[in-house]
Design a protein around this ligand. Structure first.
Ligand code: SF4
Length: 686
């Protein structure tokens, strides 16, 4: 029996683990360890282990589909391209919008933003980073001049104290969780701050079970205690930062005393004091955070508070320190790097700077969209829903807003207002079902390309099998559509590598990368500006990325979330994910081994709350918010804080995002998935 082993990178979370796809008779039939990969050293979590199961699912899209009289009809590629090109040409630039995707390669994201800007002449290009780490991109860029994780993953094990806040790392980035365990085994203190006692919290030395949305208050209190005790790093503050006094003025207020912050957060004052002491005195403390920090109307404030804490204690630019902003999807970092964002071209080159626009026009050989900030994922949906006719046409690659975005009734209203929708995906997702044309795409195992993990490591995908039926790679589809629109010259690529070479030419942080250099298992971390540069696992060693090299402190006051519980909706709802499923479940719910473990959603409720409402474990409940209601089974558990409930968002049959609020961070435009008000009722017998 002939087996082939193709080393590639996991398509699920931002950790970027490597594994071998096992190929037999030209089909992927399994996953095997890739020991030489330094990220995970041959180990995998359940999602990685079963990442092969959805690849040959019978549900894969194999032919283009065109909706006729409300029903999808199979079509040829020529027919689909002709219709799409004719429609696209009938709209003005800003009447169109494109969504790129954290699920596809860097090359494909780069081409999608090029297509939007150069072919459709629209500034409206964005992707789902808007829903997870837009606050990180804005917040860390504001503080340090660069909006990415400052350390490498392996470096976490070197830390002497880890503040793990708003991240269920063991379930969402399990192979980063392994580095937390290594740090603990090396003697590090682990402080866990989260409304839930997740598996990550269970190994912590201290669990600060705070109310969702009180992060700034907690972090300001830490800073007050550190200053009062003289644990701040005076040299670092003096030599490497500015505006410290402004932050000192805020955090020293009585509002942020341990006693007052205990009332705001629900965490005992003595625990806050103990945590601040461990963190402030270790000399080598790192913060790990994820969407518990970012998915708030105060997402940018939360991120900037983390940056304040790390500058105050001088915990940046050295091994075992830093800010590990754990990016969610496999290539959400790369999609941002590639300029699939409403405000930047690739390499975070601002669309508002005329020289950058000229640079892209020169490189692409055509005029491009006006240099202005376009609509984001969230403002696009708002525009579609609330200003019908302003945006008429949407081209979506590999995204599923009908399950991933807040307030799903509002999303549905918006998408139904569009005149023409094209969706390019591997399955007929909830969003694809609303499309006028659906184009069958390839998955990670069926194409070459690169993705960039949370630690800025740019890694290869390697083709292991042919796609099913007539499915085509996203980059090929974009090139063919470009040609159908009359832009063949701008999309001449014969391989993903040719696209990557153009990316390196126009993107300074990728400037020294080539496919040949990325071939080795360790690949390269950006910035890697020249062919000789070794890559940069740790950022900000000598100076920050601002022109003057200084980090910027920002004073932040704590603000409550947009919708606080009240008499009518007395519970605080927070949402998230579980270890077995991935986001909208289009891949994991088609993996039998994963679906078997968690076949549907649930609502976690504290035993005291359950008792007060007469609710039994596994009982079906109605959970409602001001946006809608769902029916869902109860999971009565002490791991959730009293007054708070948790629902994972993967499951369409009890979609948490029917309930969530479409309230946005004013700067990052990220929605407040982590906190809104809801009520819970028993379902009355008919
Ligand atoms: Fe894949 Fe993330 Fe699991 Fe690694 S930790 S195997 S990247 S899902």
């Amino acid at each position: 029996m002939e087996f082939k082993y193709v080393p590639t990178t996991c398509p699920y979370c931002g950790t970027g683990c490597g594994f071998n796809l096992v190929v037999k008779d030209k089909k992927v039939v399994g996953v095997q360890p890739w020991q030489r990969n330094p990220v995970n050293e041959g180990k995998l979590c359940p999602k990685g282990n079963y990442a092969w199961e959805f690849i040959n699912s019978p549900d894969r899209l194999t032919k283009p589909l065109i909706k006729k009289d409300g029903k999808f009809v199979e079509a040829s590629w020529d027919e689909a391209y002709k219709l799409i090109a004719q429609k696209f040409k009938s709209y003005k630039g800003e009447e169109m919008a494109c969504l790129a995707s954290a699920r596809v390669s860097n090359e494909e994201n780069y081409l999608m933003q090029k297509f939007a800007r150069a072919v459709l002449k629209t500034p409206n290009i964005d992707h789902c980073a808007r829903l997870c780490h837009a606050s990180t991109v804005v917040g860390l860029a504001g503080a340090f001049g660069s909006g990415a994780m400052t350390q490498s993953i392996a470096d976490i094990a070197e830390s002497k104290c880890l503040l793990v806040i708003g991240t269920n790392t063991f379930e969402q980035h399990p192979l980063i969780g392994r580095r937390i365990m290594q740090a603990k085994m090396n003697g590090a203190k682990i402080i866990y701050a989260d409304p839930r006692l997740t598996p990550t919290g269970k190994i912590a030395d201290l669990h600060l079970q705070f109310y969702s949305g009180t992060d700034v208050a907690l972090l300001n209190c830490f800073m007050q205690l550190i200053l009062k005790n003289g644990w701040e790093n005076k040299d670092f503050i003096k030599n490497r930062t500015k505006d410290f006094e402004k932050v000192k003025e805020v955090v020293m207020k009585d509002t942020y005393s341990p006693e007052n912050v205990s009332k705001i957060t629900g965490v005992p004052a003595e625990d806050i004091i103990k945590a601040a002491e461990w963190f402030g005195k270790s000399g080598q403390s790192a913060v790990l955070y994820s969407m518990g920090i970012t998915q708030h109307t105060t997402g940018v404030d939360n991120v900037k508070s983390v940056a304040n804490l790390q500058m105050l204690t001088g915990n940046l630019g050295r091994p075992g320190t830093g800010i590990c902003a754990l990016r969610g999807q496999n290539n959400v970092q790369g999609a941002c790097d590639m300029g699939a964002l409403a405000n930047v071209y690739s390499g975070y080159q601002s669309v508002l700077v005329p020289e950058m626009k000229k640079k892209m026009e020169d490189a692409w050989g055509c005029q491009i969209a006006e240099g202005k900030v376009g609509l984001t994922v969230t403002t696009l949906i708002n525009t579609l829903a609330d200003e019908p006719g302003k945006v008429k046409c949407v081209y979506i690659m590999g995204e599923n807003p009908m399950l991933s975005d807040p307030d799903l009734h509002h999303v549905e209203k918006g998408l139904k207002n569009a005149e023409f929708i094209v969706v390019q995906d591997i399955f007929l997702t909830e969003t694809a079902q609303l499309a006028d044309v659906v184009l069958p795409a390839t998955c990670f195992a069926e194409k070459d390309g690169t993705q960039t993990s949370t630690e800025r490591r740019v890694q290869k995908w390697r083709k292991a099998q042919d796609p099913p039926g007539e499915a085509r790679a996203d980059w090929k589809i974009i090139c063919e559509l470009g040609a159908a629109m009359g832009y063949e010259k701008q999309f001449p690529y014969k391989s993903a590598e040719e696209i990557f070479n153009e990316i390196a030419r126009v993107t300074p942080s990728y400037g020294g990368m080539t496919y040949a250099r990325l071939e080795k298992p360790e690949a390269l971390h950006w910035p890697c500006p020249t062919a000789e540069h070794p890559g940069t696992p740790i950022l900000h060693k000598e100076k920050f990325s601002h022109p003057d090299g200084l980090g910027i402190f920002t004073p932040i006051e704590w603000k409550a979330q947009a919708e606080v519980p009240d008499k009518e909706y007395p519970f605080l709802l927070t949402t998230g994910r579980c270890i077995w499923h991935w986001h909208t479940g289009s891949m994991t719910r088609r993996s039998p081994s994963l679906e078997r473990e968690e076949p549907t959603g649930w609502v976690e409720i504290n035993p005291e709350d359950a008792k007060a409402l007469g609710i039994a474990d596994k009982e079906m409940l109605k959970v409602s918010s001001r946006r809608g209601d769902i029916k869902i089974g109860a999971r009565v558990t002490k791991t959730i804080k009293k007054g708070v409930v948790f629902i994972p968002f993967h499951f369409i049959e009890c979609a948490a995002n029917i309930l969530t609020i479409n309230a946005l961070d004013p700067v990052a435009k990220i929605p407040e998935f982590k906190a809104c008000a809801c009520k819970i009722e028993k379902i009355k017998e008919a």
